[in-house]
Design a protein around this ligand. Structure first.
Ligand SMILES: [Zn+2]
Ligand SMILES: [Zn+2]
Length: 317
């Protein structure tokens, strides 16, 4: 009987996991998916026709796409935070430490951090309105080109890998001035994704974005799909619990919460965020199964405490 109940629970968990995966990811890209073929029926052509002068509609829709994706991610996280049965079974990435937090407080802190969405929003607004984007980005024709979305994600993640590793390794003063604040979270939660410093966001996110847009020439829908996938995926890999899609992502070399927790725990592995390819190529990849701290130690879990900054340096020596 007990065994049957366990089987039933597993089936329910799997069903909820598959449902969450199939619903959440399309919702993250819902704005470009819905508008790419219907925009001409909704907006006047004068609002989007490209005539050598940037118009704000594409920018506004892009910001809306990320905001809508983020809203669905926050709803998904809320269901998990409440431990609702509809979240399926939740498995902590780090089973030996628990981290309690108030959802509303954490969400408010996450959304209001100036080094997060505010800085990236300013960058997007300036580059768009000052016409610093290649002209293809202002085009509404053609719908989402998924091969270019993939190229943008791969290039952005590679450049972010390089900048991330440089912030760790070039000098202690650079590390201290840029990336150290993000590393106080040795057991991060989803809401810690953009909790760091302005310099860190500029070096690791904004500079790579500026380079990526010059390398891959997208239209507005492709840029929108890339932007919302990128921003929301960065949040998801900081989750304190495994996602239902993580086993498939792990097998394909796509970034998971466990992979990124390895970086937050050990500092010197898994510099990539969205993919593990760069770490595997450069010999800096550590599989989460090979991290002692991520295996259950059969003691009662202890409450996580932020990392003391000075210890980071003694660890790196
Ligand atoms: Zn992180
Ligand atoms: Zn780091």
């Amino acid at each position: 009987m007990k065994r049957n109940l366990q089987n039933q629970k597993t089936l329910w968990d799997s069903t909820m996991g598959v449902a969450a995966t199939l619903v959440l990811w399309p919702l993250i890209v819902s704005v470009p998916l819905m508008l790419q073929h219907t925009y001409a029926n909704i907006f006047q052509s004068g609002w989007y026709a490209y005539q050598q002068k940037p118009k704000p509609l594409g920018l506004c829709l892009g910001l809306l796409a990320v905001a809508v994706g983020q809203t669905f991610v926050l709803c998904y996280q809320y269901v998990r935070w409440t431990k609702s049965k509809y979240a399926g079974k939740l498995v902590p990435v780090q089973p030996n430490e628990y981290r309690l937090y108030d959802y509303a407080e954490a969400a408010q802190e996450h959304l209001s951090q100036p080094e997060g969405f505010a800085v990236i929003g300013c960058y997007l607004t300036c580059t768009w309105m000052l016409h610093l984007m290649p002209s293809s980005y202002y085009s509404f024709e053609g719908g989402v080109a998924w091969s270019k979305v993939a190229a943008c994600l791969l290039i952005q993640d590679f450049l972010q890998y390089v900048m991330h590793r440089a912030e760790h390794k070039v000098s202690k003063s650079l590390y201290r001035a840029s990336h150290e604040p993000h590393h106080k979270f040795t057991n991060p939660r989803l809401f810690d994704a953009f909790n760091g410093s302005l310099t860190d966001t500029l070096l690791m996110i904004v500079l790579p974005l500026f380079a990526t847009k010059s390398i891959v020439h997208c239209n507005v829908w492709t840029y929108m799909a890339f932007g919302t996938l990128y921003a929301n995926w960065l949040c998801l890999i900081h989750s304190e619990t495994h996602h239902p899609w993580d086993c498939v992502f792990q097998a394909c070399g796509l970034g998971t919460a466990a992979d990124h927790h390895v970086h937050h725990k050990l500092f010197s592995y898994n510099y990539g965020h969205l993919f593990s390819y760069w770490d595997r190529l450069c010999g800096t990849y550590r599989h989460p199964q090979n991290v002692r701290q991520f295996r259950k130690n059969h003691k009662d879990p202890t409450q996580w405490k932020p990392h003391k900054q000075k210890k980071i340096f003694s660890f790196n020596k």
